[in-house]
Design a protein around this ligand. Structure first.
Ligand code: PAD
Ligand code: ZN
Ligand code: ZN
Length: 375
């Protein structure tokens, strides 16, 4: 019986940027009011975790426990928690949904004011941490921190899902799948018969592909510098693949030649500012829409000719596919169980939690789509 007690368990600590993660024993405090403590069952590794480790997001504080794409079981709940109880299967929500703030009340956005993506405090709502390692306070990541056997989440950052859902698949609904799929169906609002270009065919890009296909896109063009990504992309609905390195002209000109002078919708799923401009240039004047999903280094700025916008293109961006998380995640889990969405194709590797650094190696090697850590 652990309720009300500190739990000692293993976590992967990032002591600083440019260092491998270190599996350490940590102490996880009991949940305070309106918080839940969760035993993690499975967590995906997203490229955003790698950005933090590589020091690309300079405002993030170390030491930190990364990970934000997980499924687990509620171990205990703090005072005042009404919609979760011990034993519930949950998914962590890196974009919370409190249902009360001005953004939650506005149907146009999912960016609940309680999100920590913009403030980057790395702390719980009361300004403290629930993690201690070697006597030192450890920061959390995007209100989640899932590279640990136990974590503590605000009640707004966890949602109950179907008990029958396999944690090692539906964890991807906690970030990658929802981000990509939502960007296609909810941010771009891809229409039947339209043409789409997806820059970057990793976990996010392939989820965009699935969204474009469900939305009825006629032409889905995948762009990646790693041709090993093309086979899976075609299986999932990409109609044409291009490697920019195979051409001596800019990729937007290649796309213009393949389509009627540009696509209806383009998506940047890399985090490369040059590709963001290419994606914007690739959509058709007058009506094309470009959605930015990739996260660049904090020091980088976009620069492009505003005529691209004056001539009628729309530039958009969102976190988590602009899906209101508590409302959308249980439904996506049901859609997976009803075989309406395909997460199995996204999971290319399983790695045991202790071997987490091998999981990060897989991202850098270009060999994986999504690696899921099992606990
Ligand atoms: P990933 O590493 O699985 O995929 C990236 C893909 O881009 C790989 O297939 C690469 O080969 C390809 N690539 C790299 N450079 C280029 C290039 N110059 N031209 C064409 N292709 C290239 O990453 P991911 O899918 O996990 O994440 C992609 C980005 O999305 C990353 O920046 C991540 O931080 C961001 C992200 N955003 C959100 C959000 O809510 N906005 C959520 C999760 C991830
Ligand atoms: Zn992510
Ligand atoms: Zn809110």
């Amino acid at each position: 019986e652990t309720t009300g007690k500190v739990i000692k368990c293993k976590a992967a600590i990032a002591w600083g940027p440019h260092m491998p993660l270190s599996i350490e024993e940590i102490e996880v405090a009991p949940p305070k009011a309106h918080e839940v403590r969760v035993k993690i069952l499975a967590s995906g590794i997203c490229h955003s975790d790698n950005h933090v480790l590589k020091g690309k997001l300079s405002n993030i504080k170390f030491p930190i426990i990364l990970g934000h794409e997980a499924a687990g079981i509620v171990e205990s709940v703090g005072e005042g928690v009404t919609d979760l109880k011990p034993g519930d299967k949950v998914i962590s929500l890196c974009v919370p949904q409190c249902r009360e703030c001005v953004c939650c009340q506005n149907p146009k956005t999912n960016l609940c004011l309680r999100n920590d993506i913009m403030k980057l405090t790395g702390l719980m709502a009361d300004g403290t941490s629930r993690f201690v390692c070697k006597g030192q306070q450890i920061y959390n990541c995007a209100s989640t921190s899932t590279f640990t056997e136990y974590t503590v989440l605000d009640e707004t950052s966890a949602v109950k899902i179907d008990d029958n859902a396999p944690a090692d698949k539906v964890c991807l609904i906690g970030c990658g799948f929802s981000t990509g799929y939502g960007s296609a169906v909810n941010v771009a609002k891809v229409e039947p018969g339209s043409s789409c270009a997806i820059f970057g065919l990793g976990g996010i890009g392939l989820s965009v592909v699935m969204g474009c296909k469900v939305a009825g896109a006629a032409r889905i063009i995948g762009v990646d510098i790693n041709p090993d990504k093309f086979e899976k992309a075609k299986e999932l609905g990409v109609t044409d693949c291009i490697n920019p390195r195979d051409y001596d002209k800019p990729v937007h000109e290649v796309l213009a030649g393949m389509t009627n002078h540009g696509v209806d919708y383009s998506f940047e799923c890399i985090g490369n500012i040059d590709m963001m401009v290419s994606a914007l240039q690739s959509c058709h004047y007058g009506y094309g829409t470009c959605v930015i999903i990739g996260v660049p280094s904090s020091s980088e700025k976009l620069s492009f000719n505003p005529l691209l916008l004056l001539t009628g293109r729309t530039l958009k961006g969102a976190f988590f596919g602009n899906l209101k998380s508590k409302d959308s995640v249980p439904q996506l889990v049901s859609d997976y169980l009803a075989k309406k969405i395909n997460l199995d194709s996204l999971v290319s590797h399983y790695v045991s939690f202790d071997k987490i650094n091998d999981g990060f190696e897989l991202i850098l090697s270009g060999k994986c789509i999504r690696t899921v850590l099992t606990f």
